[in-house]
Design a protein around this ligand. Structure first.
Ligand code: AMP
Ligand code: MG
Length: 324
């Protein structure tokens, strides 16, 4: 599964000529391009992503941060020191070399140093920043294996680097550090608690809606099957009712309810460890789609540690779907 040196060199060459490379990171697979307007435009075309949705610039080390942003406030420096390489993305004022195409027209830019040997080897072989969102079609489930990328994007990607399955399994935590008061724009692989311990203060997270009230969360991170969230103690009963009503139900049986022999089309037993749950989450959603489920019944884990990111993704997977 390790990528030989020759693969890294080939992938770097693909980036140099404006091509697209799918690269493994510790969070999910990214769809990378050089920091060049035409190459960046290809990412948006392949993903079917609206141009107003910004990308993340991946760099090899924290000491390159100054090349990409206007200024680096002390808070950003502190967080980079503690969490890079790692699943933390910092949003800062855009430096001049970052094309507006990569920031969705914003005057801010999102930057991170990924913690994956293949990603880091590619970044140093390429010698620049690699702009990359997740390597999936806009709105769908992020890929956590090279196989997921190939199945979803196929020939639309020029080169797929295989670095095995992504350890963290959910995307990075995005923190806005453009003002004196940092805030979490998206929960992810670095926990709120870890950020607060380093900052020595509490940090705001985006507002969350209640179970069954998708509210303002448009669909994202979503499988083809409809996702319905219920309270943990209702999961098994709701799944069986829906299955009896003629649905092909996939069910995420929560921790503590794993003994029940559930009458559903497909069953995922949620792991006890939240790390293992995050690692497996997108794979489970893909598998239930593959097994032909049209409905997925799940509940939210406690929203602490990595549970905050898992709950965020499940809510958005259950959000309204405008055009499907
Ligand atoms: P993805 O890795 O596919 O989730 O896409 C990159 C993520 O970074 C998206 O959720 C973007 O909204 C977010 N992002 C990138 N740049 C910025 C920025 N300047 N401000 C806020 N969010 C950003
Ligand atoms: Mg994405």
């Amino acid at each position: 599964m390790a990528s030989p040196i020759s693969d890294i060199e080939q992938a770097a060459e693909v980036l140099r000529v404006g091509g697209l490379v799918a690269l493994p990171t510790e969070t999910v697979y990214g769809l990378g391009a050089a920091e060049d307007p035409a190459a960046v435009a290809r990412i948006f075309r392949v993903k079917g992503r609206p141009p107003s949705h910004p990308l993340i610039v991946h760099i090899a080390a924290a000491d390159q941060l100054d090349d990409w942003v206007e200024t680096v406030p002390d808070t950003a420096r502190l967080l980079a020191e503690h969490f890079w390489p790692g699943p933390l993305t910092l949003v800062l004022r855009r430096g001049h070399r970052v094309p507006l195409e990569a920031t969705g027209g914003l005057e801010t830019v999102a930057v991170r140093v990924p913690d994956h040997p293949v990603a880091l080897a590619l970044l140093s072989a390429f010698g620049g920043g690699v702009t990359a969102p997740s390597a999936n079609r806009f709105g769908s489930v992020s890929p956590t294996t090279a196989g997921h990328v190939r199945a979803e994007l196929g020939d639309a990607v020029d080169f797929v680097l295989d670095g095995g399955s992504c350890e963290v399994g959910v995307e990075s935590t995005i923190v806005d550090v453009t003002s004196d008061i940092p805030s979490i724009l998206r929960p992810g692989g670095v926990t709120r608690e870890a950020l607060e311990a380093v900052l020595g203060r509490s940090i705001a997270v985006p507002s969350t809606s209640h179970v069954r009230v998708p509210g303002q969360h448009p669909s994202h991170y979503a499988p083809s099957a409809r996702v319905v969230l219920v309270e943990p103690e209702r999961v098994v009963a709701e799944a069986e009712l829906a299955q009896e009503a003629g649905h092909k139900v996939g069910v995420f049986v929560p921790t503590g309810f794993a003994d029940a022999a559930v009458k559903a089309h497909a069953v995922v037993t949620v792991p006890d460890s939240v790390d293992a749950y995050a690692h497996g989450l997108y794979g489970y959603l893909r598998k239930l789609d593959q097994q032909g489920c049209d409905l997925i019944i799940a509940s939210l884990p406690p929203e602490e540690g990595l549970g905050l990111a898992i709950a965020n993704r499940l809510r958005r997977a259950a959000g309204p779907r405008p055009s499907r």
